[in-house]
Design a protein around this ligand. Structure first.
Ligand code: ATP
Length: 235
């Protein structure tokens, strides 16, 4: 394509001891796009984005962000370079206040304006800024986890199962938020078991099966392909 991808992953392999979780996966994201990696439990989705965000060291392969090789750069350095992951299970610090959780997202810049913007986006967090984060509902905690990532002003945000465990109405809110983030120009990589929903939001989709990409294409094409839906997405 004409536009350089903001993220390019080539021949990625991730292993845990003898377990080959990711077996040679390649994909890319255009700047400002929303891509999704979908697939069953254990297909390797989390391992892939944990490798991209520097949480897991890949066995082999290359990860390029904005043209720079970041394959071995650890997570805490990538946050300062504009690549941030919202982890699976949210990982909010429940005994700290909402405000303190947001401050942690910007520890490297101490960017008060960025926290203000998060409060504008999520007024419910502003109203409760001095309460312990553990007092929030599951949906609000997901908003806080996303907000904490946005405080770092990422150019690429990776979301691991953001709809997990949430009621349908709250899932709608989370997806609206994701689409807004994308509309603001931030590139989004979304991991979801809720494949249909994720593909509806995405530009491009990658279907994972046993650590490999079984199908890929424009998200609308994957959604319209009954074989893909039935064989890999179980829906
Ligand atoms: P899930 O939705 O369950 O997180 P996933 O598609 O994200 O699934 P991964 O979590 O990447 O898949 O797991 C891929 C494979 O690697 C699975 O077989 C899993 O059991 C294994 N695995 C993941 N993490 C570890 C680990 N820390 N140690 C050993 N095996 C692991």
């Amino acid at each position: 394509s004409m536009v350089e991808p903001i993220l390019k992953v080539t021949d990625l392999v991730v292993t845990y001891g003898r377990v080959e979780a990711v077996r040679g996966v390649s994909f890319e994201a255009a700047p400002g796009s929303l891509i999704t990696l979908v697939g069953a439990n254990g297909a390797g989705k989390s391992s892939i984005i944990n490798a991209v965000s520097g949480i897991v060291r890949p066995r082999s392969g290359t990860i390029t962000f904005e043209g720079r090789n970041i394959t071995k750069v650890p997570a805490h350095k990538l946050v300062g370079e504009g690549l941030v992951q919202v982890p699976e299970g949210r990982q909010i610090l429940g005994t700290l206040t909402i405000h303190e959780n947001l401050q942690l997202g910007g520890w490297h810049t101490n960017d008060a304006a960025a926290i203000g913007e998060v409060y504008e986006r999520f007024p419910v967090l502003a109203e409760r800024r001095d309460l312990p984060a553990g007092a929030l509902s599951g949906g609000e905690q997901q908003m806080l986890a996303i907000g904490r990532a946005l405080v770092a002003r990422p150019r690429l945000i990776l979301l691991d199962e953001p709809s997990m465990g949430l009621a349908p109405k709250i899932v709608d809110e989370v997806f609206s938020t994701i689409e807004e983030i994308r509309a603001s120009g931030t590139t989004v990589v979304l991991i979801e078991q809720n494949a249909r929903r994720a593909l509806r939001a995405a530009d491009h989709g990658y279907v994972l099966s046993s650590g490999e990409i079984a199908h890929q294409g424009p998200a609308a094409d994957l959604l319209a392909d009954d074989r893909v839906i039935q064989a890999y997405l179980g829906i």
